[in-house]
Design a protein around this ligand. Structure first.
Ligand code: LLP
Length: 420
């Protein structure tokens, strides 16, 4: 089994006939059978990623809660449910989705800076495992609800440790200027003020960002969390759980990322002697490499400066390149051995210049009707999709042991609205 997720994941490879296969099915065949644009997920790849993650945290008393925001495909969630994995959610909708897919309430952790009173009430009534509170003001809202319902509730405080995760600025969450978490300097006071029978603060949580490719920021943040935990314990507070968040980066294209052995070492260094249960909320590292997006070339357009491959998927299906300048490998579904390679700008049909998947990509000569495969889109791909330009979002299939499961109702935007 591979140690780190690679772009050419276990599930994606060219065979001798030149065709690109995803879980032993040719991408061209998948495109012909299910239409394009088409998201495909590999159960096998997710299982491999999960095994690697589990192994890295195996020395610790710990549980995993999959970050539903990264991929809420029902078969993906159901697979995690069957593996005994919980859910990290950020809205009432995500709680409902997790429950629908078989994840038990006692396996759900609720994070997020803007939980509405409706969200909180729903979570409390469902008796989920814990709420990761992100502000003093949120506690006040929870207390109001608690006074009415008087149910027991486990609270962890999400700590903002003021650590730079060294990732894209739009996905950094652990600095004081970010909106997330309670500043580490204010945690002690909150413990003093709010602890009673119905309202039990018994843990701390930290999540400093996503696509973190170096272990150093984790080391710095975990050290701060350790010191805080020791201080609180010595003041008589019970800290039973530490939620260490997600954030481990994956390989999108030859980039280096965190080695799981190093991740284990850092956790070991800071928490092995603390007698606390550890919670983890990975998203990308479990599903990122397990998804591809197959798209058909609508036309090849010659320009004055560039040649454009105009494909039938747009930023409404995959917003990462336009939003974060994210690099995703793009492959031809059929490789021509020793074929001439040229440069293309690979773009979608949407009326925005940002609707670009790759600039100056060197790839074999392609024609109208050929298929291309955008790699490593299992995380924050479909889950961030929209109806922009009144486009029907991409279809989605889930492949498990060579069996293909169709998972999506293809809703046209006109079906979202009441008839006028
Ligand atoms: N826990 C919390 C509280 C989070 O906010 C996140 C992600 C995770 C866990 C999971 O992080 P992961 O293991 O997936 O890195 N849309 C962006 C990523 C946003 C991440 C938001 N929070 C992207 O496409 O890169």
């Amino acid at each position: 089994m591979k140690q780190n997720p690679q772009i050419f994941s276990n599930s994606l490879s060219y065979k001798k006939n030149g065709l690109l296969y995803f879980d032993d099915i040719s991408c061209s065949d998948l495109a012909k059978s299910y239409g394009t644009p088409l998201y495909c997920y590999s159960a096998n790849e997710i299982r491999n990623n999960l095994e690697i993650f589990k192994k890295s945290i195996s020395p610790f008393q710990s549980s995993i809660f999959f970050a539903v925001k990264s991929n809420f495909n029902p078969l993906v969630l159901n697979m995690f449910a069957k593996e005994g994995i919980g859910a990290d959610v950020v809205s009432k909708g995500e709680i409902e989705m997790a429950l629908m897919c078989g994840i038990k309430p006692e396996n759900i952790v609720f994070s997020g800076v803007g939980k509405s009173e409706e969200d909180l009430l729903f979570a409390i009534k469902k008796k989920i495992l814990q709420i990761n509170v992100e502000s003093y003001e949120e506690i006040e809202d929870i207390l109001k609800i608690q006074q009415k319902y008087k149910t027991k509730l486990n609270i962890s405080l999400r700590v903002n440790p003021d650590v730079d995760a060294n990732t894209h600025k739009k996905i950094s969450t652990g600095k004081f200027e970010d909106k997330f978490g309670i500043p580490i300097t204010r945690i002690g006071k909150i413990f003093e003020k709010f602890n009673n029978n119905y309202f039990k603060i018994n843990g701390l949580a930290v999540h400093i960002g996503s696509q973190i490719t170096n272990v150093k920021p984790f080391d710095v943040a975990f050290k701060k969390l350790r010191d805080l935990t020791i201080n609180l314990k010595s003041s008589g507070h019970k800290i039973e759980k530490l939620d260490l968040g997600g954030g481990i980066g994956i390989v999108y294209s030859g980039n280096k990322t965190i080695d799981f052995n190093e991740y284990q070492k850092v956790i070991n260094k800071h928490f092995i002697d603390l007698d606390v249960k550890l919670l983890f909320e990975p998203g990308r590292s479990l599903v990122g490499s397990a998804g591809i997006l197959i798209s058909k070339i609508i036309r090849v357009k010659k320009g004055e400066k560039n040649n454009f491959l105009i494909i039938d998927t747009g930023m409404n299906d995959l917003i990462r390149p336009s939003m974060y300048d994210a690099y995703h490998e793009i492959l031809s579904a059929k490789k021509i051995e020793n074929g001439k390679k040229v440069f293309y700008n690979i773009v979608g049909p949407i009326c925005e210049t940002g609707d670009t998947f790759g600039k100056k990509r060197k790839i074999q000569i392609l024609r109208k009707g050929d298929y291309v495969v955008i790699c490593s889109v299992g995380a924050y791909g479909s889950s961030m999709s929209s109806y922009y330009n009144c486009r029907v979002p991409a279809n989605e299939i889930f492949i498990d042991k060579k069996k293909v499961f169709q998972t999506k109702k293809m809703l046209h935007p006109r079906d979202l609205y009441l008839k006028v």
